[in-house]
Write a protein of this length. Structure first.
Length: 51
């Protein structure tokens, strides 16, 4: 699998950018989901009053 990428210098940066973009999108989605999940507990309101 590495051979085509090593032979074609134009493919290697394109694959790297595609992988980095995918990872960035997934991290952004995970961040948003965590914020949605934890928002009631991290809003600055004491936990006893958040219920």
């Amino acid at each position: 699998m590495r051979e085509p990428y090593q032979e074609d210098s134009a493919v290697n940066p394109a694959v790297s950018v595609a992988v980095a973009t995918n990872i960035s999108d997934r991290l952004g989605s995970s961040h948003t989901r965590l914020l949605d999940l934890l928002a009631p507990y991290s809003s600055g309101t004491p936990l006893a009053h958040a219920r």
